[in-house]
Design a protein around this ligand. Structure first.
Ligand SMILES: Cc1cc2nc3c(=O)[nH]c(=O)nc-3n(C[C@H](O)[C@H](O)[C@H](O)COP(=O)(O)OP(=O)(O)OC[C@H]3O[C@@H](n4cnc5c(N)ncnc54)[C@H](O)[C@@H]3O)c2cc1C
Length: 592
């Protein structure tokens, strides 16, 4: 198994050249934060990841979380690793200073998150859910709830969970049935939640659940759902965990991957009702939960990148070592010299670099939306965040299915057996297209709320930027043909958007049938745009001299490969979209 390592150079290149990190910090008034500090933070995170968290990844796969009479017991070693993570201040990195956070830009938090996720996806899920819970509480919680819970969740002293799913309510949250009955200054919550990530463990002395439930007078559907905070231990007068609340993990799922992340069936109120506190307004819980889900969706998209990148580094090490070629003089050479192995490695390299560029760009848009003083600028950045979120979630995680599969293929038979670790990345990656909304649900969001609802104007604005990059590439020697390819990708995106605007409003199957192809098309085009910008920046740096020549040249070649091998898929997506839903929907259910 290859040792853990993080692709710093690429992360730093994206931060400096695409995100323009120093400018972003200056514009946001973060005068003490700069790219040097960001690099130091990532180096330190990567050290903890390599020494402490990554070595637990395979152990967690073999010895997943278990359940006994005291609740969930996490994989041995996880509690100590989590303590080091919290003591190092990593949990609080991206949060505002009001509740003890370190106020680092979101984009640095994202780069650090890639490090935790690529080291150990199951471990990283615990902080991920806590982050989402902090965001929702910060935005929607009462001052009292914030003062009691937030700083201890920000520090990582307590962890958070997200309790949406019930057996009958998965993608369709309108069917949520858990109940909340008012009782004095709190509520009694009852019902069952399933698939709750890190719903219980012993790493901290409290777990704070955010739970969707219905009040007795709730209207039917999603407009009747409220959000509640339900602590595992109720707090005493001093704000310390005391009495056990009536919420328990009653069973754990056995699953394909992320074995060390406990996936819990949670019972609320089996002994009379769990005490919970309302977050936000009654019946408006879903809006509050969406705050949590949007943050979590970008983070899950990032998981697609993280696990693919880990799989790539493992496959690369293997491809350099595995000897399967024999020269005429009898000497043997490694499989990295075969074009087909190069094809797979280049797909992994170009794919992950484009995915990283998109994940960081989307995270930086969150920073820019927060920082913007001009309301028009703020609205523009906010719209872009909204547009990017389903693309980051959907495209990065779908790409991860393909890329982690190449990771196995490059290993040959050794990829299929567990020893190299490649199989674990493939299994772990599989969940990422499912939780936090399946790819189908992301596609519905992208077509409906993010495109049709604004007549395609937000996408058109983004495509202006893509075209500007294509023009700049056109004008540059050595990149002109790639500029033409990017222009053609932008045209495909425009044509798909136009086709949806013309057809989706009259036939409800149109949007549903086209959605995932539309999402993938925009993913490939965004990837092409950012790889194109990377190539331009690399060419400028080479011209100016003084940079890391080998890295910069490789960046240009990788962008070329992306434009030649991945970007053309946008055209295939467009053709499938324009074919419409007829053949998809023509068979009767019985004909299947
Ligand atoms: C390991 C794991 C961890 C999880 N962690 C959490 C957690 O911490 N908290 C939590 O609340 N939940 C969690 N979940 C639940 C997860 O979010 C759901 O599984 C997911 O939202 C899908 O719901 P479902 O499983 O009911 O599938 P279904 O909703 O039954 O979907 C089945 C298929 O139908 C498609 N489909 C359904 N509705 C539509 C539609 N409207 N349009 C198009 N296609 C549609 C889906 O895309 C999918 O392909 C977790 C699940 C797993 C497996």
């Amino acid at each position: 198994m290859a040792d853990y390592s993080y692709p710093y150079k690429d992360a730093e290149f994206i931060l400096n050249e695409l995100v323009e990190f120093d400018r972003l910090c200056q514009a946001g008034g973060l005068h003490e934060v700069n790219s040097e500090l960001a690099s130091a933070v990532l180096a330190e995170a990567s050290r903890l990841a390599a020494e402490v968290i990554a070595p637990l990844n395979a152990i967690g796969d073999r010895e997943g979380a278990t359940l006994d009479e005291l609740g969930v017991r996490e994989t041995p070693g996880f509690a100590e690793a989590y303590r080091q993570y919290v003591d190092g201040g990593w949990a609080s990195l991206p949060f505002g200073e009001e509740y003890g956070g370190q106020g680092m830009p979101k984009v640095v938090g994202t780069a650090a998150e890639e490090i935790w996720q690529s080291a150990n996806l199951a471990f990283s899920l615990c902080p991920l859910l806590t982050h989402g819970a902090v965001d929702a509480l910060e935005k929607h919680g009462s001052e009292e709830l914030k003062s009691l819970y937030l700083s201890r969740m920000v520090s990582g002293e307590w962890t958070g969970t997200m309790n949406l799913t019930e057996p009958q309510a998965g993608s369709d949250l309108a069917a949520v049935a858990a109940r909340a009955v008012p009782e004095g200054d709190h509520y009694r919550i009852s019902g069952q939640k399933i698939f709750i990530t890190w719903g219980d463990h012993r790493m901290t002395n409290n777990v704070i659940h955010l739970v969707l439930a219905r009040l007795p007078d709730a209207p039917f559907g999603v407009k009747g759902i409220s959000l509640f905070l339900v602590p595992k231990y109720l707090l005493d007068a001093n704000g310390e965990p005391a009495e056990r609340n009536d919420v328990y993990c009653v069973s754990l799922e056995h699953k394909l991957g992320i074995h060390a992340s406990p996936t819990c069936v949670m019972a609320f109120g089996d002994k009379g009702g769990a005490i919970g506190y309302l977050v936000g307004e009654p019946h408006h819980g879903l809006a509050a939960m969406f705050t949590m889900m949007n943050a979590a969706r970008q983070s899950v998209g990032l998981q697609g990148l993280s696990v693919s990148s880990r799989s790539y580094r493992q496959a690369l090490a293997w491809a350099k070592e595995r000897l399967q070629g024999t020269r005429s003089d009898g000497s043997r050479y490694p499989i990295i010299e075969f074009p087909d192995v190069r094809r797979m490695l280049m797909l992994m390299k170009a794919g992950t670099e484009a995915m990283r560029a998109l994940a960081f760009t989307a995270a930086a848009e969150i920073d820019r939306a927060r920082q913007a003083r001009d309301p028009q600028q703020a609205a523009r950045h906010h719209s872009r965040v909204e547009l990017f979120t389903p693309i980051v979630k959907g495209w990065l995680t779908e790409m991860a299915q393909e890329l982690t599969s190449y990771g196995i293929q490059i290993h040959g038979g050794m990829g299929f057996v567990e020893e190299t670790g490649s199989a674990q990345y493939y299994r772990d990656a599989r969940i990422t297209t499912i939780y936090e909304g399946t790819t189908g649900i992301q596609a519905n969001d992208l077509v409906g709320r993010k495109t049709l609802a604004n007549d395609g104007s937000v996408l058109a604005d983004l495509l202006e930027d893509v075209r500007a990059t294509a023009r700049a590439m056109h004008a540059r020697e050595g990149l002109a043909d790639l500029g033409a390819a990017l222009q053609s990708g932008a045209d495909s995106a425009q044509a798909a958007s136009r086709w949806l605007l013309d057809n989706a409003r009259n036939d409800r199957n149109v949007a549903g049938a086209a959605g995932v192809n539309f999402l993938m098309l925009l993913g490939y085009v965004c990837g092409g745009w950012l790889m194109g910008r990377s190539a331009l920046k690399a060419a400028e740096r080479l011209e100016a001299g003084g940079g890391d020549e080998s890295f910069l040249q490789a960046k240009i070649v990788t962008a070329r490969f992306y434009c030649e091998h991945l970007l053309p898929r946008a055209g295939a997506c467009l053709a499938a979209i324009q074919a419409g839903p007829d053949s998809m929907m023509a068979l009767t259910v019985e004909q299947f």
